[in-house]
Ligand binder design. Structure first.
Ligand code: GDP
Length: 194
């Protein structure tokens, strides 16, 4: 499956700068340096549509990409540098919290984690917040190419248990080997009707 029509639309720093056409939005979130830009480029089959950063934590806006004139992929600033922390509102940014809380066209928040790492507090905070506010989400465990098959299943079970996720709520992924790209695209297509 390919997306043929993809374009950067806007980097929004205020809610009144968000597109007004009511298309469904798939939101991508994760710690700085987790591989979010690489995942987006892999999904969209574009080398550098989303800039892969050598200096993490730089982007502060919500970056909108229009996909097939049917949905937006929204790239959120990475957290961890600008921490999610105890209170999503003060530490990750009021803009993002009010966006997640009020934007009714959000079809899904894709929460990206590094399969090599254990449960991270900030990821738990975000998942807890999304559950509490009834925002639909899907998790992706990325950088799977850096692990052996045994390590992949061991680490994914640990992350599943630590975050209380069912296996159908997460996809194992690699931007390098493109593992998981097709299943992820299929899920997103179903969710957003692309
Ligand atoms: P972001 O800050 O979350 O957008 O992360 P980037 O996409 O900029 O990636 C951070 C670093 O991880 C870069 O050096 C990428 O090349 C590397 N990276 C991202 N995804 C993968 C992956 O699936 N496999 C491997 N081996 N490296 C990856």
């Amino acid at each position: 499956m390919e997306f043929f029509e993809t374009a950067f639309v806007v980097s929004a720093h205020r809610l009144d700068q968000l597109p007004q056409d009511n298309l469904p939005e798939i939101v991508f979130a994760g710690r700085s340096n987790v591989g979010k830009s690489s995942l987006l480029n892999t999904l969209l089959n574009r080398k550098q549509l989303v800039k892969v950063s050598s200096r993490p934590g730089k982007t502060t806006g919500l970056n909108y990409f229009l996909v097939e004139n049917a949905a937006y992929f929204v790239d959120l600033p990475g957290y961890g540098y600008a921490k999610v922390g105890k209170d999503l509102r003060t530490q990750w940014g009021k803009l993002i919290t009010s966006y997640l809380q009020t934007r009714s066209q959000i079809a899904c928040v894709v929460v990206i984690m590094d399969l090599r790492h254990g449960v991270k507090h900030l990821d738990s905070e975000l998942l807890g917040w999304l559950r509490q506010h009834g925002v639909p989400f899907l998790t992706v465990y990325t950088k799977a190419d850096k692990l052996s098959g045994n390590e992949r299943s061991r680490n994914s079970s640990l992350l599943d248990a630590g975050h209380g996720l069912r296996p159908d709520e997460r996809i194992i992924f690699s931007a390098t080997s493109r593992l998981g790209r097709e299943p992820l695209i299929e899920r997103l297509q179903t969710i957003a009707g692309i």
